[in-house]
Design a binder for this molecule. Sequence first.
Ligand SMILES: Cc1cc2nc3c(=O)[nH]c(=O)nc-3n(C[C@H](O)[C@H](O)[C@H](O)COP(=O)(O)O)c2cc1C
Length: 319
Amino acid sequence: MSDVTERLRHLRIPAMQAPMFLISGPEMVINACDAGVVGCFPAPNARTVETLDQWMADIKSANCANEKAAPWAVNLIVHPTYPRRDAELELVLKHKPPIVVTALGSPKHVVEQVHSYGGIVLADVVSPRFARKAVASGADGLILICVGAGGHTGYLSPFAFISEVRQWWDGLLVLGGGIGTGSAIHATQTMGADIAYLGTRFIPTAESLCQSEYKQMVADSHADDIVTSDAITGVKANWMRQSLVNGGYDPDDMPSQGSIDFASNGSDNKRWKDIWAAGQGVGASQSVSDVATIVRELESEYLASIERMPDLKNAILRG
Ligand SMILES: Cc1cc2nc3c(=O)[nH]c(=O)nc-3n(C[C@H](O)[C@H](O)[C@H](O)COP(=O)(O)O)c2cc1C
């Protein structure tokens, strides 16, 4: 087992702050790691390669300065058409993030390089078929994205997805989609995953890079307000109903599939800036807060959930 995988077994709570386009930057990552959960940001959030270099240097130095901090992660787009792919990989080799999360393509392109400095690669997948491919490409762990996830979503039930993958994979398993409470984090473990992946829960925070209206809309929204559509980015994603209305769409009559564009950040940037993504777990946030406070809340809910377990067992034993 690698050092990083071993460190992941000793997080304050088994959770990871998931990477979010236009939302997660260095402050969110540093504060998440200091609070005891893995922090992650998508490399394209840094507008230039020079900014990305600076962000990674800042995160690394803050992370090294706190020996209790959880390991940090960067999320790379590994699709061959993505123009900054090679430049970002060079910075990965320079700053050596303990964890690299790959999305939108095979992790094959980065595995050898990340292993060369002792890092691990976690591949974000939406089906058992992609999970098998990622493992065959050398991924050290899988992130199963399930139905209800914010942003580009999955479509499988976590119950079905985890149990099927666990038939042939006993390595690191991270689960994402609609997880917003400590009891849901505990549930991911009882289902057979190791770590929960939370995105939406961290949008309404001081550290989030988005505008305050976006944060407030997350705090005000509920599961009923989440609309799944492939009209905006060409890929099925979850969006907040009110932001679709504000953007001139009819959430109950969305247009057909939009064009997919992984190659340039520019147009994607605009689509994600105007229409605001969030997952079905949105109801877990009722106010704008900060990362450390949320991790403390998640921890107390997680521990309370574990403490309820003996009662359940005793009830069964008593028959
Ligand atoms: C606003 C937003 C932006 C996202 N951007 C990215 C991204 O750039 N890269 C990525 O791999 N996943 C991205 N995701 C997906 C998250 O990493 C994660 O899979 C998801 O948030 C988990 O589901 P949850 O939001 O229900 O917690 C995004 C999610 C949201 C809500």
